[in-house]
Design a protein around this ligand. Structure first.
Ligand code: T4K
Length: 376
């Protein structure tokens, strides 16, 4: 008999660093009397994260979506941008806020990033960029994407909201493409409560972005661009500095939690793990399974609903598919027949609770629940 949890277990639990360390950082802010607008904590965090992400140039923001919107604006893109429908709403919505039209390309059924071999056919004379998403920390086929972009003279932007500290063959993910956006939201392994970062490959581009996130202000007398307010404040930066200190421990805890899940769920008929990479090169941001109802004996929705009765609140990230949102559903690329793999995946994926706070006993119970839902 599996007992429900006494308290809700959510898809994630934000990492809370030692409060006394946060208070010590806040004390310094109080002493300085400087609360926002590129203050000392902001500058320090930018240096620390540039090192951690191995980013040549990094700008910080009040959240990840604003970072992406400003990054797209800084590249002065026009027309169409090729992207994935299997992502959080922020990705295609950031395009719309730049008057850009998403062109959706289907995903790979295994790692759920968009298929690079489908990109070339989606290019038209109006295409200005490719916007890839390293979904759940599974990396896009960055090398093929670079080659396509070079051939067709396109910009490449990565939504790396889930790919903090990810590496490909030992190379930091921030070094691919023109820019990569990282989310530092509370639900992410590294966070500043709300926050985001944009890693770019030239000092010029960083300068343009830094103007755009501060109303376009170059100096007291010069406003050189239609900028907005995308600044990270000192309290966010202070929290980030303390969280960054404890990053290695939280990453190790999550690696361990992933191993516990894999030990219990690998080999269960009809169930595959989408985020099975336990290596140090992975971001360890989500733990996602995929359920084939025929083979497993229960649908993803059955599992999702039944888990709730045990106080386990998994999430159907990323359901519904972005191409079905009212603002996108009339686009030619949104047709279901253009997106068969994405349309199938979105009915089968389930993000299970994942954080460094889960114990082996918690994981054991969650897995036992899932396995017990099979109709045998
Ligand atoms: N691109 C991609 C691919 C993204 O996934 C995201 C964000 C972005 C861009 C944009 O980045 P940001 O602008 O957010 O920096 C959450 C996050 O808010 C969002 O950051 C994230 N992706 C998305 C995948 O998940 P919701 O609407 O699912 O959050 P919510 O409030 O339902 O929280 C999820 C669970 O976490 C709750 O059931 C309970 C737990 N929780 C949450 C919060 C906020 C806590 O225990 N404590 C908390 O403080 O979007």
């Amino acid at each position: 008999m599996i007992k429900p949890f006494a308290k809700p277990v959510y898809v994630t639990q934000p990492y809370l660093p030692p409060l006394d360390e946060v208070v010590a950082e806040l004390q310094k802010i109080w002493d300085a009397g400087w609360l926002t607008n590129n203050g000392p904590k902001h500058q320090e965090l930018e240096r620390v994260l540039s090192r951690v992400l191995e980013a040549e140039h990094l700008s910080l923001f009040n959240n990840g979506m604003t970072a992406l919107m400003i990054g797209l604006r800084a590249l002065e893109l026009k027309g169409e941008v090729i992207t994935t429908p299997f992502t959080f709403a922020a990705t295609p919505n950031a395009l719309v806020w730049n008057n850009l039209e998403p062109v959706f390309v289907d995903v790979d059924p295994v790692n759920l990033t968009f298929r690079s071999d489908k990109i070339a056919a989606a290019i038209t004379p109006r295409t200005s960029a490719i916007l890839g998403v390293h979904v759940f920390g599974n990396l896009c086929d960055v090398k093929s994407i670079s080659a396509i972009a070079q051939k067709h003279n396109l910009h490449v932007i990565y939504d790396a909201a889930h790919a903090f500290q990810s590496k490909l063959d030992g190379r930091a993910i921030a070094s691919f493409g023109d820019m990569s956006m990282f989310s530092f939201h509370a639900t992410k392994l590294f966070h500043t409560i709300e926050g985001g970062g944009l890693a770019v490959n030239t000092a010029d581009l960083k300068q343009r972005i830094d103007y755009l996130k501060n109303f376009g202000i170059k100096s007291e007398a010069e406003i050189i661009a239609p900028g907005i307010n995308g600044k990270m404040n000192e309290v966010q930066a202070a929290v980030g500095l303390v969280v960054a200190r404890h990053l290695p421990e939280e990453r190790e805890r999550r690696q361990q939690v992933k191993r516990w899940y894999l030990e219990r769920l690998s080999g269960v008929a009809g169930l595959t793990v989408v985020t099975a990479d336990v290596s140090d090169d992975n971001s360890h941001q989500y733990f996602v399974i995929r359920i084939n109802a025929d083979q497993f004996g229960a649908t993803r929705d059955d599992v999702y609903e039944k888990l709730k009765t045990f106080q386990v609140f998994a999430r159907k990230y990323f359901f519904p598919l972005c191409s079905t949102f009212p603002q996108f559903s009339d686009l030619p690329s949104s047709r279901r027949r253009n997106l068969p793999e994405s349309s199938a995946a979105v009915t089968e994926v389930l993000s299970l609770p994942y954080s460094g706070y889960l114990t082996e006993e918690d994981v054991d119970r969650i897995c036992a629940m899932i396995i017990s839902f099979r109709r045998t």
